[in-house]
Design a binder for this molecule. Structure first.
Ligand code: KG4
Ligand code: ZN
Length: 398
C-alpha cells in the first residue's frame, strides 16, 4: 500500500509518500518521497515560531509541496486537456465548506485538482496533534479536502508517535521491519522543541508516560539559551556546532543538572536557562572561546539529565530497547554519549539495543507520520469518523 502523509504541526510543511510491502507481521517500508519546506528563516526574525505566520505559510506551501512529493514518488499525473477545469459542483461545494477559513489554500487546491488526476495512493494521513493548533488545522483541512476530492480514506497520526517511529525510517533502502524480533519493554525518550517525554512501551501502541518536562522542553531550552548567546533560531544546531569548537576546554564552574536526582522521571529545564542567564551576566567579556565552552557545558548539563533519567528507567523496567527521537535527537553529543553509556551497560547477560533515527529523520517530517499511522491503521486504532477530525494541540500519545 501507499500512504500519503501531511505534517503541519509547527514550522515545517511536510508531505511524504511511504510504500509498504509485505503483510502487517513483516512489513517493508520505502520512503518514496519526503519533501519538507521549512519556514525556519521566516520565524528566525521573530526569535521563535509565530503561529499566525506558520498558518499563512502552510497555506502557501502545501500545494507546491504536494506536487513535489507526488512527482518524486512518480505519482503525479496531469489531466488530459479535455478533462481540465472540470470539478464536480458537489465537490466544489464540499471544498468551499472545508476550506472556508483557508481561502488562499482553497484557491490553490482547486487549481491543483483541475490540473492533476487523483494519485494512486491507498490512504491519506495527517498529524492532528500535538502542536500549534492554527498550524495543525491547515494540514487537517487540506487532508480532508484531498480525501473528499480523491475519494480516499483519511487517518490521523500523533506527532510524537511519529518521532517514536522515525527510528525505523531509512533514506534509500526498503527497510525490513521484523516486528516479531522486537524486544520489549522499550524505554523511549522523545525530545523536541515542544516536548520532553520518557515513555515505557510494553507492546506496540501500549504506552505509559513515565515522566515529562514540568516547564521548558529540552529543545526549547536549547533555543532560549541560543537566543541569550545571540546564536539565532533554532538554537539546538547552533549550540551543538559551537560547542564542538570548545574541544577539551571546560568551564571553571558547573551549571546545574535540574532534577537529576529526583525520584520521579520528570524533567525541568527552566532553572537551567535561568542559571545560564545569571552566569552570562557575570562574564564581562564573552569571547568566542568562552561562548563555545559555555555552549558545551549547557549541552552537557542537558545530556547528563536526559541520559541519567533514561538509564534509571531502563533499570527499573528491565528494558531491552531504548529509542531516542525528536529534533534534539540530532544532537551529536547526546547520540555519542547515549551509545557509550549503553555500550558499557551491555554484557553477555544483558543486551540493551539503542535505536536512534537517521539525522535526516530527527526533525519534523511526514514520513514518520505515515509510519506511525500505518501501525494504528493495521491495528484499527484510529478515528471512527474522519470527517469530524479535529486539531488537538495537547494530544497525548496514548
Ligand atoms: O522535533 P522538532 O523538529 O520539532 C518539534 O516537534 O518541536 O524539534 C525541534 C527542536 C528545536 O528546539 C531545535 O533547537 C532542536 O529540536 N534541535 C536540536 C538540534 N537540532 C535540532 N537540539 C540540540 N541539538 C541539535 N543538534
Ligand atoms: Zn517534532
Amino acid at each position: 500500500m501507499k500512504i500519503l502523509a501531511i505534517e503541519t504541526s509547527c514550522d515545517e510543511t511536510a508531505i511524504s509518500v511511504l510504500e509498504i510491502k509485505g503483510g502487517p507481521k513483516n512489513p517493508r517500508f520505502k520512503v518514496l518521497s519526503n519533501v519538507i519546506s521549512s519556514q525556519v528563516k521566516l520565524h528566525a526574525k521573530w526569535g521563535g515560531v509565530v503561529p499566525s505566520l506558520a498558518k499563512r505559510e502552510h497555506q502557501k506551501n502545501l500545494v507546491p509541496v504536494l506536487i513535489k512529493s507526488l512527482k518524486e514518488s512518480k505519482l503525479l499525473k496531469s489531466k488530459i486537456k479535455s478533462k481540465k477545469s472540470k470539478l464536480q459542483i458537489k465537490i466544489q461545494n464540499e471544498l468551499n465548506k472545508i476550506l472556508e477559513r483557508e481561502l488562499e489554500l482553497l484557491r490553490r487546491v482547486k487549481i491543483f485538482l483541475r490540473n492533476y488526476e487523483a494519485p494512486k495512493i491507498d490512504l491519506i494521513v495527517v498529524t492532528n496533534g500535538p502542536g500549534l493548533e492554527p498550524a495543525l488545522w491547515v494540514g487537517i483541512n487540506f487532508a480532508k479536502a484531498l480525501a473528499i476530492a480523491w475519494n480516499k480514506p483519511l487517518f490521523a497520526a500523533n506527532h510524537m508517535e511519529g518521532h517514536l517511529f522515525s527510528v525505523f525510517l531509512q533514506e534509500k533502502q526498503r527497510r525490513e521491519f521484523p516486528i516479531s524480533n522486537f524486544q520489549f519493554p522499550i524505554i523511549t525518550l522523545l525530545v523536541s522543541g515542544g516536548h520532553t517525554e520518557l515513555i515505557l512501551i510494553k507492546n506496540w501502541l501500549k504506552y505509559k508516560m513515565l515522566g515529562q518536562t514540568r516547564d521548558d522542553a529540552a529543545g526549547e531550552a536549547f533555543d532560549k539559551v541560543a537566543k541569550m548567546l545571540n546564536l539565532g533560531y533554532p538554537g539546538g544546531p547552533a549550540i551543538n556546532r559551537i560547542a564542538e569548537a570548545a574541544g577539551g576546554h571546560r568551564m571553571s564552574f558547573k551549571l546545574p543538572r535540574p532534577m537529576l536526582n529526583s525520584k520521579d522521571y520528570d524533567f525541568s529545564f527552566s532553572g537551567l536557562k535561568t542559571a545560564v542567564l545569571y552566569k552570562l551576566k557575570e562574564i564581562r567579556n564573552l569571547t568566542p572561546e568562552i561562548k563555545a565552552i559555555f555552549c558545551k557545558e549547557f549541552q552537557q548539563a542537558v545530556t547528563d539529565v536526559l541520559i541519567s533519567k533514561t538509564m534509571r528507567a531502563v533499570k527499573e523496567f528491565k528494558a531491552k530497547t531504548v529509542i531516542l527521537g525528536g529534533g534534539v535527537a540530532a544532537n551529536k553529543e547526546l547520540r555519542k554519549q547515549f551509545q557509550k553509556k549503553i555500550a558499557i551497560t551491555n554484557d553477555r547477560k544483558y543486551l540493551l539495543n539503542l535505536l536512534m533515527p537517521e539525522i535526516k529523520f530527527t526533525g519534523d517530517n511526514a514520513a514518520m507520520i505515515a509510519l506511525a499511522a500505518y501501525f494504528r491503521f493495521i491495528k484499527k486504532k484510529g478515528p471512527a469518523d474522519w470527517q469530524a477530525l479535529k486539531a488537538d494541540g495537547n494530544l497525548k500519545i496514548f
